[in-house]
Design a protein around this ligand. Structure first.
Ligand SMILES: [Fe+2]
Length: 258
C-alpha cells in the first residue's frame, strides 16, 4: 500500500506539471512520455518514480459527476480541488520545516503524530483521509459486493451487512461536529466500527481505537452540505450506493495478511 501510495503521489506531481497523463495516476500500466521535462525518454507507471518529497493532489479516479445522484459534481469539485488541496498545501508547509520527515511514508508520520506539530495531524490526516475516501467510491450501482472473506467477517462481527451499515451510520451520525466514520480491522484482527474527530484517523497514535481502515466516510459538512444541507443521516444512508466493495475487500485481504 505504501509503495502504491508513493507511486501515485509521484505520478500526481508529474500530472500536475503536465508531464504525464492523468490516466497514469490510476491503475493504468500504460507507458507515458516524460521526455519534455527530463529528456530521459519515457517513464512507466510501473517504475517507482520519486520526483520530489512534496505530496501532491492526485486527480480523482473518476469524473466529478461520476457519483451523481448520490454526491453531486459541485460538491466533488469543491471537496477535491479546494478542501483536499488545502490539506496538501498544509502538509507540504509542515514538511518544509521538518527535513527529517521529507520523503517519509505518510502512514509512518501519522503513527507518531502525537510527537509532531499539530499541522501533521490536521493536514497529514486530511491528505491521507481524502486520498483514501476518493478511492473508496465508484459510480452508483457499480460497487459490487464484499468478497466472501469480508462478507463472512462482517456477518461474524455485526450479524449482517445491513447491521454493519446501520452501526457505521450511527457512528457517523453520532460524531459531534466534523470527523469521519470508519470500518477497520483492529489490532485483534477483528472488524470494528469507530469514529474520529476532525481529520484524525485510526492509523494515528492519538486515536482511541487504532487499526487498518477498510472504509471511511467523511462527515464534515463540506462533504454533503451543498446537496443534503443539514441532513447528514440522508447522506450517510445514500453513500452506500457508491461504496467500492472491490477496494474495501482488497484492503481487508491486505490487513489480514499483515
Ligand atoms: Fe472532506
Amino acid at each position: 500500500m505504501t509503495r502504491y501510495y508513493l507511486l501515485r503521489s509521484a505520478l500526481g506531481a508529474l500530472a500536475s506539471a503536465g508531464l504525464v497523463t492523468a490516466a497514469a495516476c490510476g491503475d493504468s500500466r500504460e507507458t507515458v512520455t516524460a521526455a519534455a521535462a527530463t529528456g530521459a525518454g519515457t517513464v512507466s507507471a510501473d517504475d517507482h518514480v520519486q520526483a520530489d518529497w512534496r505530496v501532491t493532489l492526485a486527480p480523482l479516479p473518476y469524473a466529478f459527476d461520476a457519483l451523481e445522484p448520490v454526491i453531486d459534481a459541485e460538491t466533488m469539485q469543491l471537496h477535491h480541488s479546494r478542501h483536499h488541496q488545502a490539506y496538501v498545501n498544509g502538509l507540504n508547509g509542515a514538511l518544509e520545516a521538518r527535513p527529517d520527515l521529507q520523503g517519509v511514508a505518510l502512514e509512518d508520520i501519522l503513527a507518531q503524530v502525537s510527537r509532531l506539530p499539530e499541522a501533521f495531524r490536521n493536514h497529514g490526516g486530511g491528505h491521507w483521509n481524502h486520498d483514501f475516501f476518493w478511492n473508496s467510491m465508484t459510480a452508483p450501482g457499480t460497487g459490487g459486493a464484499p468478497s466472501e472473506a469480508l462478507a463472512s467477517a462482517i456477518d461474524q462481527a455485526f450479524g449482517s451487512l445491513d447491521a454493519m451499515k446501520e452501526a457505521f451510520n450511527r457512528a457517523g451520525g453520532g460524531q459531534f461536529g466534523s470527523g469521519w466514520a470508519w470500518l477497520i480491522v483492529n489490532d485483534a484482527g477483528e472488524l470494528e466500527i469507530t469514529a474520529t474527530p476532525n481529520q484524525d484517523n485510526p492509523l494515528m497514535d492519538v486515536a482511541d481505537t487504532r487499526g487498518q481502515p477498510i472504509l471511511g466516510n467523511d462527515v464534515w459538512e463540506h462533504a454533503y452540505y451543498v446537496q443534503y444541507r443539514n441532513r447528514r443521516a440522508d447522506y450517510l444512508a445514500a453513500w452506500w450506493d457508491v461504496v467500492d466493495w472491490a477496494a474495501a475487500s482488497a484492503r481487508y485481504a491486505e490487513a489480514m495478511a499483515d
